[in-house]
Write a protein of this length. Structure first.
Length: 315
């Protein structure tokens, strides 16, 4: 074909390393214009068709739809946007595949009974896990309807861990356990017991409580990281002071004794926060403090100091 100004469909296919059927398909789609027809009516292509055909093959290898390939060929500035769109489409698909892979690994090297339990957790939560059920639990169980939206959103964001993009089998198990915790029937004895804030009189200022509790938890976090036993101090004073302010009371020895009777263990929430801590703690590191762990530490500190005549109470 030396010196020829055009190629037959077979010659173009051979040079590009594709089949004649492929060339014909892209021609019929308008992606590969012909330069003309032979005297016998056969398609002819100019040398520029080879580069165009190789570009089409590359774009199709990336799984770009045929219409998008056409746009990329017609406009030099279109390809960058098409690639960005394709990446956005692929991210959730890749995440789903990673979660499935991690779930499959979770089912290896365990007893038949444990495998059946893990399968139940996986089937109930779906992959990747849907965290909406966790958010609904916190809104329904703990929060009054009139909390300021930013405060409510911040608390829910803290309580609901985001699923990682590159999960491990441990992540699959942890999110399955979280879903099981929030969807399980309420334990006996708790069915008719509202959360502690809702046991106070009307006019209780929930926004004041939840804003102040986060400050108390932050003060308690270094104590938990250091492994110190629950005790009085700035964190406990902020904790009790927040409850008093929210209820329109004054922090006093009598109030602290009353508060010990209002606060109580919430086994389901304690279990939830233990799992959240597992998710947040790097392998081999000490447990990462959570609001639940801080709450439990402060509750123990309150009980230990409420009847202590030597314990200081802010005036």
């Amino acid at each position: 074909m030396t010196g020829s100004t055009s190629w037959s469909i077979g010659e173009l296919a051979a040079r590009a390393g594709v089949t004649v059927k492929t060339v014909r398909f892209y021609s019929d789609q308008g992606l590969l214009p012909e330069t003309g027809r032979s005297s016998g009516g056969h398609r002819r292509y100019g040398p520029e068709a080879l580069g165009r055909l190789r570009m089409i093959r590359s774009l199709r290898t990336l799984d770009l739809p045929v219409p998008d390939v056409g746009r990329a060929l017609e406009r030099d500035d279109a390809l960058e946007g098409l690639v960005a769109d394709r990446l956005r489409e692929l991210r959730p698909q890749l995440s789903a595949l990673r979660w499935r892979e991690a779930a499959l690994h979770l089912l290896t090297d365990c007893s038949p009974d444990e495998r059946a339990r893990r399968l139940d957790l996986i089937g109930a939560m779906g992959l990747p896990p849907d965290t909406d059920v966790l958010a609904r639990f916190w809104r329904r169980w703990l929060f009054p309807a009139r909390l300021p939206a930013p405060l409510l959103a911040g608390i829910v964001d803290t309580a609901v861990p985001p699923p990682p993009h590159d999960p491990t089998p441990a992540h699959v198990l942890a999110f399955g356990r979280l879903r099981a915790i929030v969807t399980a029937p309420c334990p006996p004895g708790l069915l008719d017991r509202p959360p502690a804030p809702k046991r106070f009189k009307d006019g209780f200022r929930f926004a004041v409580l939840y804003s102040g509790l986060q400050e108390a938890y932050d003060l308690a976090a270094p104590e938990l990281r250091a492994g110190r036993a629950p005790a009085g101090g700035a964190a406990l004073d902020r904790f009790v002071g927040t409850w008093a302010e929210a209820g329109g009371a004054r922090d006093s020895a009598a109030f602290r004794r009353r508060l010990t009777g209002v606060l109580a263990d919430e086994p389901r929430l304690d279990h939830y926060w233990e799992v959240v801590s597992e998710l947040a703690t790097p392998p081999g590191a000490p447990p990462e403090p959570t609001p639940g762990a801080a709450e439990a530490w402060l509750r123990e500190a309150l009980i230990g100091t409420a009847d202590d005549p030597d314990a200081s109470v802010p005036v």
